[in-house]
Each structure stands twice: as structure tokens, then as C-alpha cells.
Design a protein around this ligand. Sequence first.
Ligand code: F6R
Length: 595
Amino acid sequence: MCGIVGYIGNNEKKEILLNGLKELEYRGYDSAGIAVLAAGELKNFKAVGKICNLENKCLDFVSEGFGLGIGHTRWATHGKPTEVNAHPHIAQFSNVVHNGIIENYQEIKKDLEQKGHQFVSQTDTEVIVHLFEENLKNFDDGLEAFKQTINTLSGAYAILLITKKYPDRIFYAKNGSPLIVAKGEGGIYFASSDAPLVGYANKVVYLEDGEIGSMDSVGFELLKNIKPLEHNKAFAQKEGFRYFMEKEIYEQHKVLLETMMGRVSQEGINLESICGDFFEGIHQITICACGTSYHAGMSGKYLLERISKIKTNVVIASEFRYANPVMEKDELFVVISQSGETADTLEALKLAKANRLKTLAICNVDNSSIVRESDGVILTRAGIEKGVASTKAFATQVMVLWILSVYIACQKQLLNQDEFKNQVQSMLQASKATKVDSKLHERLKRLSKRYLHGHGFFFIGRDIFYPLALEGALKLKEISYLHAEGYPSGEMKHGPIALADSLLFTVALMPKHLLYEKIKSNVEELSARDATICAISSQDFEVADDMVYINPGASYMEEFFSMMVVLQLLALEISIKLGNDVDMPRNLAKSVTVE
Ligand code: F6R
């Protein structure tokens, strides 16, 4: 959600800032802007929409010699995505960019207005730069004025500020929103995640909450916790695919093997990052997450209860936070997050910690806030996911939960040798089942043409195929903007079936190896009411209007992963046919760091 970059050095500032913003664009793309301070001049440019619009706006701008720059790509929270609301926000002689939310901005704004400050935007961010200039009147030292400013703010933020009064430095602050300072041969860099730093910097500091400072071209070495930047976090490129989402769907069979590597073998499960006694005294699990990660968590519940016989509760993070939840001493609190920065999940985690629960993060980003806050971590190893609609991150989250279920089952001695070997075999087969078959993809391309109209979609499934149905519906909603709902198929007759008619498309998940006969009757009930049925199954199903065949494999989990790919590709192809931006769908952002 929003992206920030900054630069101090002698190279072309504009180019470094724009390149960095392009790497972050998938996180928010309502509008973008940069500010450059060089040779005593402070220039800024803003544009609505994608970074290419901003690039066109500052085509002729060059800045030579030493200077500073800050940049931002926005996902609107306060105020519409207009140029005025785009960052940087500007006062008389200073500019600021900010990720997060300033909760008390209205009081601050009122106070500053009384002191004569004039505001032009509807954003919460604009108060920061005005408050800083106001505070400068009372302090001789810029950093003291900046600290005073930050200490007045409540909320979550990563902030970069530049001012003509201190043309050699960037002021920075972090609280609840990620911010990295880095150094390379070309100078000093700031970014809200690693991606813009790759190729520029080799040393990084992941700032901690509460850090406030000012950085010039020589101050980096004085920082604590300097680490090398891992270069294998290479740029994600489309590699011939039309969209990142498509590439990421195709990568799943490889990344799932990465997820299993070193952890799953015929000899046993080895969770490198978890000590042997981690689960001692744990008798129940609460899984907490948002969106797609929540769907992975729901799938995990079926696995944990079925395989490891451990009571598992799954909660939506934004609901958990304010529901006065009852927490028990013998409960493990598992948070699942692709980004590791989702504000709702992070705050829920902090709440569980404050209640002394043991915590475990299942996350794709090492060093993220959620990873750093948790007692234990299992990384999902999906690699950078750029498509806003999550695909491979979901697949790896489910795989980690499956591995975890088998791990706990082994510790509890619930599986005999054959049962254990079957689980391992099934995991390997399930990863292979995600390899995209070109014929299947062609079939879905053709089929997608028939599903562009109508008044909505039901995605239905039973048991673990119910959260998969929810995920299929979410994928379609996100990138096609068509209305889709996921339901447990047995629930249709309790109300939703009233909507059934030929323009209501039902995507039915019909696994051969789990409750086939039960779901079959549910789908027949819908078909009898004239709903259009698209069945995903290995079994012929006479009443289906369309069939998408999958390989039956030997287990329901193989079917789960095969169907997951079908649902992802179907959403992708429908979105492409509708002419939508698959990787950056409207109103969304990759990492949601606001409440
Ligand atoms: C949907 C999607 C979102 C995220 C949700 C939580 O495709 O990606 O629903 O799953 O915003 O994000 P993370 O997993 O980063 O905590």
C-alpha cells in the first residue's frame, strides 16, 4: 500500500526515483510524485495514475551534481486520487512523502490553520510538512523540529521529508510502516521495501518502529544493524508472459517444491526455523489473517484438524482486533501474511502477544514486521509476487499449513509409517499438479468468452474446497470486477439458491476423492433451477453446461491444487477478455498497511 523512495547523491535523481517507484508501483497506483532538491532549487512533479504519466510530466527535467530526492506512489486513503492529493505534499520550503495514516491530522490541521497555514489537499499527510515548518520557528536544529513534529503524530507512518533549509539531508521516521535506509556506490537510498534497492545498494538497515533521524551522504555507517542486501531478491520480470499474475500462476509447481525443500522428506518433516519443543503445551490453534491469506488459513483448519487432530479456529484479523477475543494459555496464535506488513494482521499479532500467547508467522517476506514480531516463523518461499491478485503466495501458504499439520501429527505420533509416506507422496504430487497444462489453458481461454455477462457467479465446494471456492470468487472479483460469491455447497438450499437462474453462473468444485456424491446432489439442485453450471472435476457430470477436466490424482489435495490453478486461470482469462489491468486492478494495492 503506497510506496516510498528516497535518494542522496550525485547521480541523476529523477531517474533513480522513477526506477524505484516503478518497482513499487504494484503496491499502489492511483497517483505518484517526486521532489528533487539540488543546487538550491526544490522541484516537484505529480501525476494521476501510473508512473508512466509522471515520467511524461518530468521528461525534460534534469538535475546535475549533488542533491536529494523523494518519491511516492499512492493508494488513496484520505482524499480522492487527484494530483493535489498526490505526494509529495508541499509547504513553503519543504516537501514530504508518507505511507500510512495520521489519525490525529484533523486536530493538527485546525491548530495550524489558526496559525495561518493554508492547506490544499484532503490528505492527512499534508499536516506533517506544515507542522515541521511551524516547529522550525521554535528550534535552531532541524532534527529537533522534525522530532517534535513526529512526536505530535499518532498513527502509522513511514515518512521522508526534505527542506531547502537543510539541503544536504533527508529527515526520516518510521512507526508501523516499513522503511529501509541503504547505501551503495552511488549514494544513500531509502525505500519502503527491498525491490527498488536491488542493483543500487549493497548495505541495508531495516529501521525499527520509533526511529527518527536525518541522513546525509556520510551518516549511514553510524546506523545500527547494517546488513548486506540479499541480491537473490532479483527483479521480478514477466519473462514472456502477458502479465505477472500469469507468470506467477505458471511458477507454482516450482515454488511449491521450494517450499518443501529441506523440510519434507521420506525420513520426516524438518522445520528448520522451529525448535523441537515449540508445540509443547499447545492444545489449540488460532489462525489469523486477511483476504487470500485468510482463505489459506481456512484451508489450514481442515488440514490441522483432520491430520494433526488439533482444534483450530480461524479469524479475520480486522474482526479479531476489536472483538475482545478470549485467549487461552494453551493456544498458539498463527498469523498468515504474504507481505508481512498487513496492518490488521500485525496489530492482531501484537494483541495476541500482549495476552502472552505464543505466536507463529507464516510469511513470504523475511525481515518483514510480522516476521520480526513473531516467536516463530515459517517462510513460504514463494519469491516476489507482483500481481496484486495473489496466486503463488496462496499456494505456498496452503503447502506450509499442510507441512505443519503433518509435522504436528508426527510429534503426536498420529501417523504410522505408511500414512506418513502417503502424505509426503501426496505433497509431491500436489505440487506437480499445479504445472499448467497448455491444453487446459487453451480450454479456459475459450471458455472464458462465455462468462463475461450474467449477473453473478457462485463458487461452491465442500470441506477444504469451500475456502478454495471463496478464493476462486475473490480472484474473479478482484480482477474482473464481476460479482462472485463463494459458498459451502450444502448451504445453497438455505437461501442463496433463490438467486439461481440461467444467468447465474455456478462454478462447482467436484473432487473425486472427497464427498463427491454430496456435492453432486447440491449441484443437481442448482441445475434443476436452471443455473448455468461449470463443473471442475475429473468425473463426467451430465448436468454440467461446461466441464473443465482435471487429473483425478490419488488424493483430494492433488485435486485441490489442480482446481486452484483452474480457478486462477479462469479469473485471469475473464479479466483479459474484459480488457482490465490484470496486475494492477482498480482500487486495490498489494500490501495493505492501513487499518
Ligand atoms: C488478494 C490478496 C489480499 C491479501 C490480503 C492480505 O489477492 O492478495 O486479499 O491476501 O490483503 O495480505 P497479506 O497476505 O500480505 O497479509
